[in-house]
Design a protein around this ligand. Structure first.
Ligand SMILES: [Zn+2]
Length: 384
């Protein structure tokens, strides 16, 4: 629970107040009266868990009550002033019209009733606490490095301190709580707590049930995000295409192909164009895209380039419905494949030249030639 001033006062007594009554169910049998509290069989921890929830609800209702209660108080003060001052207004806006007065009054009554109902549920818990002579209760200050205290009225805290109730530890003794709280045990509440040794920190193992639920939710969300990211990356990696050396393959606009599918359809598109227009056979871009994608994809799939070539030819013929001119189509595609082979051979030469370049100028020239060839830099013949 996140408790404000309300629970703070109550902590002095353990709970917020003691009613002195603890008869929930009274059985009268042959002149013998037994009083049975529904909490009699519960552990301090179980009882405090219930109480913490009730306090939480109560704090929320008080927060809801605040605005209408103030509106009503202002209205009453204004009407009193007017009655005593010949009907003159002091704060005209404080007077509620008839409809607002009725609805605000009803709202206040509703919240008060709900609070009273909660108090009726809290009473037997207080009674059980008193009947057992009380038990230990512990509170964790709700900020980073907040300490663990044995009450919310600890002199080291402030009226604005926000406490979380460690209901799971209710009833523990000082030794147990000090062990669990580590360096966060308040030395005022727990005189036996060892002095903090910064070189030898003792971790805190305590968290409120709400704090744990929040943390687990955050962690689950974080895990889900990490998992989704890993899946995305695995998917991207599975879809990616590179040269057999793991280098990018560039499209005709000098952007690396991000996935295999796009690269393959680009290469097949070039073969398709080649069927219609023989003139592209000498185009560097055609040779480069077909050659690079062929080598990269065959490598990725672990097949021969010749096998992939056959697949592409069949796909392209099917796509262009060129069965009647199959021989012509294969001949034109063959020219592109030859150009692709020449491209890859030239690439090998340029790579060798780059790797063996001596002197800055030679290296720079080799690098430019290499980059133009592989499409990382605009090729002199490129139309794009
Ligand atoms: Zn303390």
């Amino acid at each position: 629970m996140s408790a404000g001033a309300y629970v703070r006062g109550g902590a002095r007594q353990g709970a917020h107040r003691s009613s002195g009554e603890f008869s929930e169910h009274t059985h009268t049998e042959a002149g013998v009266t037994l009083t049975v509290n529904e909490y009699a069989d519960k552990t301090p921890s179980e009882i405090d868990e219930v109480l913490a929830k009730l306090f939480n609800d109560r704090a929320r209702l008080y927060a809801y009550l605040e605005r209408p209660a103030e509106a009503l108080r202002n209205h009453e003060a204004e009407m009193k002033y007017r009655a005593e001052n010949d009907g003159n207004a002091r704060m005209a806006r404080h007077k509620l019209n008839e409809w607002n007065l009725r609805s605000t009054t009803e709202e206040v009554a509703r919240y008060r009733k709900e609070i009273a109902d909660l108090d009726a549920k809290i009473a037997p818990i207080d009674a059980e606490f008193d009947a057992r002579g009380g038990w230990s209760r512990f509170f964790l200050v709700q900020n980073l490095g907040g300490h663990v205290h044995s009450s919310m009225s600890c002199s080291t805290c402030f009226p604005t301190t926000r406490f979380g109730w460690l209901t799971e530890q209710s009833g523990m003794n000082e030794e147990e709580i000090v062990e669990l709280a580590g360096d966060l045990a308040c030395s005022s509440c727990f005189p036996s707590a060892p002095v903090v040794d910064r070189r030898n920190p003792r971790p805190n193992q305590l968290e409120t049930p709400e704090g744990r639920a929040d943390r687990e939710k955050r962690e689950a969300e974080k895990d889900a995000r990490a998992k989704a990211k890993a899946e995305r990356e695995a998917k991207q990696a599975a879809a990616a295409i590179n040269t057999p050396d793991g280098e990018p393959i560039y499209d005709s606009y000098r952007r690396p192909f991000k996935n295999e599918r796009t690269a393959e359809s680009e290469a097949i598109g070039k073969l398709e164009n080649a069927i219609y227009w023989d003139g592209v056979a000498g185009d560097h871009e055609y040779a480069r895209v077909v050659g690079e994608v062929l080598a990269g994809l065959a490598h990725k799939r672990g097949i021969d380039q010749a096998e992939l070539r056959t697949t592409w030819i069949e796909k392209t013929i099917k796509k262009t419905k060129s069965q009647p001119n199959r021989t012509a189509a294969e001949f034109r595609m063959g020219k592109i494949f030859d150009a692709a082979d020449a491209y890859l051979a030239k690439k090998g030469e340029l790579k060798y030249a780059l790797d063996s370049a001596a002197g800055a100028e030679t290296y720079e020239a080799a690098k430019i030639a290499w980059e133009e060839h592989i499409g990382a830099r605009k090729h002199p013949s490129s139309r794009y």
